[in-house]
Design a protein around this ligand. Structure first.
Ligand code: ADP
Length: 504
């Protein structure tokens, strides 16, 4: 049944009921009081208001007022009233009927508004979820802008993704870039002038009636961050009633989530590409270094034979082959460390043993340069759980670097101490130090400072391997500039709680 025929039926029912109760009351007129009549008519008026709305209520009230006067107030059958108090009854009846019909109407309106809101929320939620649910993030944005454009009947609706670079280089329309940077809603008038949108937030924008605004830029925010800008354009002018503003506020949020999704999707793509590139690089390094080993062994064996036959050039060949061998071994180690396949023997070891082995290993290479050792044992033994051979390798690398970079004659200092749950071993020199902007990069594989002479140092793998070896053991390797000039590299290894009494 249509709303129109329902209303007609309510009117018909209302007046039939009015006629019926009038007839019944006339039959019992002698036993009825004015109060009875007023109350019975009031029931009919309220019933009519509930079924047919305020208009029917008021029409029934007016009719009941006349019927009351005609049939139930003396002199009967006329509209004249003898007793002035009867006027009071009639007017009171009319006021009560009208006021209750009006109150009922308001309550019904509120209920209707609440129902409409609930429907609107349901519709928006479904719309937003559908739009965001599209398989590709870019399609989700397109779907949301199409929904906004069609619902608000605008000529265009665009969603701009704001990345910091874009707003900086100004590749966006300057006004869009401004809205993205400032996080404020902006509007452009038909005459080309621009201004801040009143209230600054979409649902506070009061653009009702002909506004003269033909572009509206709303920043899209997620978690206090502007991720994009929603641009609404219509040369005929943009006007938004409260319902449309609510719709826009909700959809703007969905658009912001859509933009965030696009950003996350592209970041995930980039990360996947980088991971794949990294994997390929590791595989390449592993296979190249492995394949180089065999020819190098042959070259070295041949050079050895040549030297035996008295050829002086064999020494250079052997040295170069050694250097290459060293590089290949480093490359292999690095790729194994990156793959996590270096076997580690984490055992209880004393720093004394580590430093004893270090002194033995480097003494020849140091060419008489002094290596000063200080052990701060503070009553407890300097003992840790680490791989002796690999930790030795790290320290040898640090001492060799110090020897390589510090001016001849100046001692290298080595200090070991207990640092809460760790053991720290620092190697310090009075060399040139490392410039602030290179302090992180020297730990990256193949890093060579710009302008470094090729004859000093190796391929830039030593510190990269050393740091990974430290980390693989649960430790760390860090750099700090040394006060007074030079470098301090500190190796941290997991300590162990052993007192001297335990060793007795
Ligand atoms: P390399 O084989 O080139 O020495 P490393 O990984 O051992 O490679 O070192 C990387 C870079 O760190 C070096 O090229 C050098 O610039 C810098 N470096 C390392 N140790 C020192 C040091 N003790 N003093 C100054 N610079 C250093």
């Amino acid at each position: 049944m249509t709303t129109r025929s329902r209303i007609w039926l309510a009117w018909l029912a209302g007046f039939v009921a009015l006629a019926a109760v009038t007839g019944i009351m006339l039959a019992f007129q002698s036993r009825l009081d004015k109060a009875h009549t007023a109350l019975i008519y009031l029931v009919v008026v309220l019933g009519g208001s509930v079924r047919g709305g305020r208009r029917l209520g008021l029409a029934l009230a007016a009719s009941a007022f006349l019927l009351f006067n005609w049939f139930f107030l003396p002199p009967y059958g006329t509209f004249t009233i003898r007793d002035p108090l009867d006027w009071l009854v009639l007017v009171a009846f009319l006021i009560v009927s009208a006021v209750t019909a009006e109150m009922l109407h308001r309550e019904q309106m509120k209920a209707e508004e609440a129902r409409r809101r609930a429907e609107e929320v349901d519709r928006l939620a479904a719309l937003g979820a559908e739009a965001l649910n599209v398989a590709r993030a870019d399609d989700a944005l397109a779907a949301i802008s199409a929904v906004i454009r069609d619902t608000l009947k605008l000529a265009e609706c665009r969603i701009h993704v704001a990345s910091p670079e874009e707003t900086d280089v100004g590749s966006l329309d300057p006004l869009v870039a401004w809205a993205a940077r400032s996080g404020q809603a902006v509007l452009r008038h038909a005459d080309g002038t621009t201004g801040l949108a009143p209230g600054g937030r979409p649902f506070e924008l009061s653009l009702e009636g002909p506004s003269g605004v033909n572009a509206l830029l709303i920043p899209l925010r997620v978690r206090e961050r502007t991720v994009g800008v929603l641009e609404l354009v219509d040369e005929r002018g943009i006007a938004l009633d409260p319902g449309q503003r609510r719709f826009l506020a909700a959809l703007a949020y969905y658009a912001a989530l859509g933009v965030e999704r696009t950003r996350l999707a592209s970041e995930a793509d980039r990360a996947a590409v980088l991971r794949e590139a990294d994997r390929l690089k590791d595989a390449l390094i592993a296979s190249v270094s492995h394949d180089l080993r065999t020819p190098l062994t042959t070259i070295k064996a041949l050079a050895h034979d040549l030297r035996a036959s008295g050829d002086e050039r064999a020494v250079t060949i052997e040295e170069e082959a050694d250097r290459l061998n060293h590089l290949v071994a480093d490359l292999l180690d690095l790729s194994r460390l990156q793959a996590g396949s270096v076997p580690l023997h984490l055992e209880l070891n004393a720093v004394d043993d580590l430093i004893g082995a270090l002194l033995q290993r480097v003494s020849a290479a140091l060419d008489g340069r002094q290596l000063k050792v200080t052990l701060d044992d503070q009553g407890s033994l300097l003992v840790g759980r680490f791989d002796l051979a690999q930790s030795l390798r790290v320290l040898v690398n640090l001492v060799e670097n110090a020897h390589k970079y510090a001016p001849a004659g100046l001692p290298i200092e080595l200090r070991a101490w207990r640092d809460d749950k760790h053991l720290s071993i620092a190697v310090s020199d009075r060399g040139p130090g490392v410039p602030a902007d290179e302090q992180d990069r020297i730990f990256q594989p193949f890093y060579r400072p710009p302008g470094k002479t090729p004859d000093v140092g190796g391929a830039g793998l030593g510190l990269a391997i050393a740091r990974r070896l430290a980390e693989a053991q649960g430790g760390a390797l860090s750099y700090e500039p040394r006060p007074g000039g030079g470098s301090t590299f500190t190796l941290r290894l997991p300590g162990a709680d052993v007192t001297e009494a335990d060793c007795l």
